[in-house]
Design a binder for this molecule. Structure first.
Ligand code: UTP
Length: 275
């Protein structure tokens, strides 16, 4: 059972400047809820009760969001506005939050390694990138689908993948491997942001992972790649060579809320859904 979920949330979010100059990207709201809260709710639904968040300078709003706000709550207690806080209170009742800071932004792999102190080495854990906002109208959430696969493959990492247009391969980690079950591949090749002509497939990793603790030691030995960043894809490739990485083509929809286009699409989608 996956109990801990790690949220790397230390990135600068430069594509959203100037909005992200003083506000963390993960706190930008789709309708009334910050991106990170959607991610935490998905983790809870998958059975997690411990949220481990990697933050950085200028990200204190994240900690305040998942805490009580005495003055505000005192002001609206007993009024017709009190229900606006119901959802976040329910989230806070169901899990605990812990934080650590990434001092230098040396990439997603480095952010995950920074979370080692919160996650430990006992059990497999989930990773959610909150700027990939996922929804599944009918069935289980993406992380929940992955958690079920993880029960059957406890010695493997699982990455969520989706088919993308070939011309976009240079924005993603791309995987290739052998289909072992419906929608599930055993991975033998992974490349970070290949050009379309070098990409082995159009299967792109999106921001949902289930990782085995062995990943931490591999990350420590992973040399920085593109832009001096430690890439999670490089560390996963080491495990893939040992047959320990699966890729799952999830059912549902994903919005790249790290880009303005994706953020607007998500906003329209969730607005139409709640009408
Ligand atoms: P992105 O690649 O979207 O980078 O990171 P970014 O800095 O957030 O955004 P842009 O590209 O400048 O607009 C993917 C995820 O990894 C986290 C980010 O917070 C985001 O959730 N991340 C990235 C870190 O936590 N630390 C890093 O050093 C880099």
């Amino acid at each position: 059972m996956i109990k801990k979920c790690l949220f790397p949330a230390a990135g600068y979010g430069t594509r959203f400047l100037p909005a992200t100059k003083a506000i963390p990207k993960e706190m930008l709201p789709v309708l009334t809820k910050p991106l990170l809260q959607y991610g935490v709710e998905e983790a809870i639904e998958a059975g997690c009760d411990t949220m481990a968040i990697v933050t950085g300078r200028g990200k204190r709003a994240i900690e305040d969001h998942f805490d009580v706000s005495y003055e505000l709550e005192h002001q609206i207690k007993g009024t017709s506005k009190e229900h606006y806080l119901n959802e976040i209170r329910s989230v806070m009742d169901k899990c605990t939050f812990s934080y650590t800071r990434q001092i230098e932004m040396k990439g997603l792999g480095h952010a995950i390694l920074t979370g080692e102190t919160l996650i430990g080495h006992e059990n497999n854990f989930a990773v959610i990138l909150a700027d990939d906002l996922c929804d599944n109208q009918k069935g289980k959430t993406v992380l929940n689908q992955m958690a079920e696969i993880s029960k059957r493959y406890p010695n493997c990492c699982i990455v969520a993948i989706e088919e993308i247009p070939k011309e976009d391969t240079n924005k993603y980690g791309i995987v290739a491997g052998k289909l072992i079950e419906e929608n599930l591949y055993k991975i033998d090749t992974m490349v970070e942001k290949p050009s379309p002509k070098d990409a082995p497939t159009n299967l792109a990793i999106i921001g949902r992972y289930i990782l085995i603790p062995e990943i931490f030691d591999i990350l420590k030995d992973t040399t920085p790649g593109i832009g001096g960043e430690i890439q999670i894809t490089d560390a996963l490739l080491t495990l893939a060579k040992k047959g320990k990485v699966l890729a799952y083509k999830f059912s549902g929809i994903r919005f790249d809320c790290g880009s303005v286009d994706g953020f607007v699409e998500a906003t329209n989608y969730f607005y139409n859904k709640q009408k």
